[in-house]
Design a protein. Structure first.
Length: 202
């Protein structure tokens, strides 16, 4: 049994991950504390259970990261306004999500920069996606990993975020398979957050 669980870590790591996300989103008054706690646990597991790849130079990670962040932002921006055009009720939940979860202080940004964003990329792309590749072809591993990542926003009650998370997960997952660089993903993910929450909010 121990050998089986050692080989098939997703059996217990995914329930742990969703449990931690649910715990973090349950009480918004302590969200930043609980979310950071959750990501620290998942990041630690990813570091223990997976190989972290970094095969790009720093300038390449920055350049690819900026390009990817801009592309993801414009895709999400277009998707949001498409939902508005068809009046499917995406405006209110998006506005509520942004008002609640927009970083409100310097230490929120520090947590995002040094714990939350690196932790999410290490866990979802560096660990979950790589574990899925044991059972599935790479494109399917990227797709299913992206769906699993997108579903975390469902726990926040933000249904349009599911599609945003899947889209972001697909792009970042593809980039990781092509460029083999976690720093690239961290740069892209962090810049995307800055674009959405601070620089060009929807």
């Amino acid at each position: 049994m121990l050998g089986f669980l050692t080989k098939h870590k997703l059996i217990y790591m995914l329930p742990i991950a969703y449990g931690l996300y649910n715990l973090a989103f349950r009480d918004l008054a302590i969200f930043w504390y609980m979310y950071t706690f959750a990501i620290l646990i998942l990041m630690s597991a990813a570091i223990m259970f997976s190989e972290i790849k970094d095969e790009l130079r720093t300038w390449q990670s920055l350049a690819y990261g900026l390009t990817a962040a801009a592309a993801m932002y414009f895709i999400l921006f277009a998707g949001y306004h498409l939902l508005r055009l068809f009046e499917v009720g995406a405006v209110r939940p998006t506005a509520e999500f942004l008002s609640v979860f927009t970083p409100a202080s310097v230490w929120h940004f520090l947590l995002l920069m040094f714990i939350v964003v690196p932790g999410e990329e290490l866990f979802w792309r560096g660990f979950v996606q790589q574990q899925l590749k044991q059972y599935l072809p790479v494109p399917l591993a990227i797709g299913i990993g992206s769906v699993l990542f997108g579903l975390t926003l469902w726990l926040a009650g933000f249904w349009p975020g599911i599609f945003a998370g899947i889209t972001v997960g697909m792009i970042l997952g593809y980039l990781y398979e092509k460029k083999r660089s976690i720093p690239l993903l961290i740069v892209a993910h962090l810049l995307l957050i800055l674009f959405i929450f601070i620089i060009f909010p929807f």
